[in-house]
Write a protein that binds this ligand. Structure first.
Ligand code: NAD
Ligand code: UDX
Length: 468
């Protein structure tokens, strides 16, 4: 077994993860391959205009690209060259047929498994990096190890297709990724834990050790946790569901704060001071976005339903419902504060990315709010330091939306600014200048509670917050 590594899928997970693995394993050749030639070209671009924005990523890529990290569309060549194959392809929510709107769409993962099988010429360790429903590894095993015909017979039959019934053995592991966007490089360099699940067999134990060796070059042993495959697959869904549930829980409390005069940030600070609860993921806001939380909770709901656990399914579905309600509530409160009519008013959305420090707009609450405003015939202007390209693409079907890089221009003549993403520089903008250029009465709805509300009121703004 050689030490080369390939990752199939050069997205938000494949690119950063493999860049850090290459950095910390200079003696290994690491390849990242994808069917999307444009994406690979961006990873290889001379000026490092990488396909995703992630703080610190460019520096790592500069260090390792061309040294021991290589991006390519040659999936066949990479599979032949590497004995450890990570699969980091997308697993979006399925939008058709059985399980539509809930289950994971596994077509990309299955296509990848079939490719691996077609191209492999010797035994391989296949590592699930994508987030997958529990028991996917069993399906993968069936595809990869099915129809095994001894090599001698295959040669006798003149079968030139390596991997097809070739007697080659594939061991499937689960190594879910816990990085968060915006902090991916830090999360990869200093992970809370690395999880590797594998079959409880001799071959499984060897394969687990081979993957442990990759991480052990920089992750302390006690942070590398090994389990059986099913636990690893389920843990990833459960971990995201727990985090999403905390955000929905604090947002549920936020509504009650607004109705009663309590302050959600004060409530969260005190709840979080309890060591059993802890302070993280208790920030009320516009609801969670991103490619993972909604998809993974829906997947958990689907799994619960499939196993007849309907009450558990309902419980997790509540996390999603609460999240959708949060964006509807923001627009309802704005509607009431703006004299029950929004038609023809200009509203500037400050921030479109689902969180700060990323250009990713998948499932962003700002997208939902923009659409709800468009339904009210609002003239929406969107500004964001990193996400305008994606915003334009996401809202291409809306005609009355404009895009503006400069925050001051975005706010000119607006009746309201809604702060949707907690970009670090927003509190430091010249809010006097913004106020002067807006139509009066000028309103700021700070859905992230990151601006100095008292200062804004002194300037003359009407201010709305979440949970206050
Ligand atoms: P992504 O869409 O950014 O990247 C996936 C890539 O896979 C795309 O570039 C696509 O072209 C490629 N691909 C699809 N089918 C292929 C095939 N047959 N052969 C080669 N390439 C193929 O997705 P992502 O955000 O990187 O997520 C990937 C997986 O990682 C998902 O399962 C996701 O749930 C999981 N994950 C993502 C994050 C995150 O922060 N984005 C965090 C943890 C886990
Ligand atoms: C998440 C998980 O954190 C990560 O472990 C997993 O690998 C992928 O999914 P990500 O979606 O990139 O990461 O970002 P995260 O920081 O978790 O934020 C998700 C959403 O929740 C964002 O929209 C964020 O603004 C929101 N959020 C987070 C809150 O509204 N309040 C909080 O207290 C924390």
């Amino acid at each position: 077994m050689n030490r080369n590594i390939v990752c199939i899928g050069a997205g938000y997970i494949g690119g950063p993860t493999m860049a850090v693995i290459a950095k910390m394993n200079p003696d290994r050749k690491v390849m990242v391959v994808d069917i999307n030639a444009e994406r690979i070209a961006a990873w290889n671009s001379e000026d490092y205009s990488l396909p995703i924005y992630e703080p610190g990523l460019v520096d790592v890529v500069k260090e390792v690209r061309g040294r021991n990290l290589f991006f390519s569309t040659d999936i066949e060549g990479a599979v032949k060259e590497c004995d450890i194959i990570f699969v980091g392809v997308n697993t979006p929510t399925k939008m058709f047929g059985r399980g539509a709107g809930r289950a994971s769409d596994l077509q990309y993962w299955e296509a990848t498994a079939r490719e691996i099988k077609r191209f492999a010429e010797c035994d391989k360790i296949v590592v699930e990096k994508s987030t997958l429903p529990v028991r996917t590894a069993a399906a993968m095993e069936a595809i990869l190890n099915g129809e095994r015909i001894p090599r001698a017979k295959r040669v006798a039959q003149g079968d030139a297709l390596a991997g097809v019934g070739s007697g080659i053995s594939f061991t499937v592991l689960s190594n879910p990724e816990f990085l968060a966007e915006g902090t991916a490089i830090k999360d990869l360099l200093e992970p809370d834990r690395v999880l590797i699940g594998g079959p409880q067999t001799d071959a499984g134990a060897k394969a687990i050790q081979a993957v442990v060796d990759i991480y052990a070059t920089w992750v302390p042993q006690e942070r590398i946790l090994t389990t059986n495959v099913w636990s690893a697959e389920l843990t990833k869904l459960a971990a995201n569901a727990f985090l999403a549930q905390r955000v929905s829980s604090i947002n549920a409390i936020a509504g009650l704060c607004e109705a009663t005069g309590a302050d959600v940030d004060e409530v969260a600070r005190v709840i979080g001071a309890d060591g059993r609860i802890g302070p993280k993921f208790l920030k009320a806001g516009p609801g969670f976005g991103g490619s993972c939380f909604k998809k993974d909770v829906l997947n958990l709901v689907y799994l619960c339903e499939s196993f007849g656990l309907h009450t558990a399914a309902e419980y997790w579905m509540g996390v999603i419902r609460m999240n959708q309600h949060q964006q509807e509530r923001i627009v309802s409160r704005l509607f009431a504060a703006m004299f029950n009519t929004l038609a023809n008013k200009k509203i500037a959305l400050f921030g479109f990315a689902f969180k700060a420090d990323t250009g990713d707009t998948r499932e962003t609450p700002a997208g939902t709010v923009a659409r709800l405003l468009a339904e009210e015939h609002v003239r929406v202007t969107i500004t964001d330091p990193k996400a305008l390209v994606n915003a334009r693409r996401d809202l291409a079907d809306l005609s009355d939306v404009t895009y503006e890089e400069d925050e001051y221009k975005a706010a000119e003549g607006a009746d309201a600014v809604i702060l949707m993403t907690d970009w670090r520089h927003y509190p430091t903008l010249d809010w006097n200048r913004i106020y002067d250029s807006m139509r009066k009465p000028a309103l700021v709805f700070d859905t992230r509670n990151c601006l100095a509300a008292a200062e804004l009121r002194k300037i003359g703004f009407r201010v709305l917050n979440v949970g206050k």
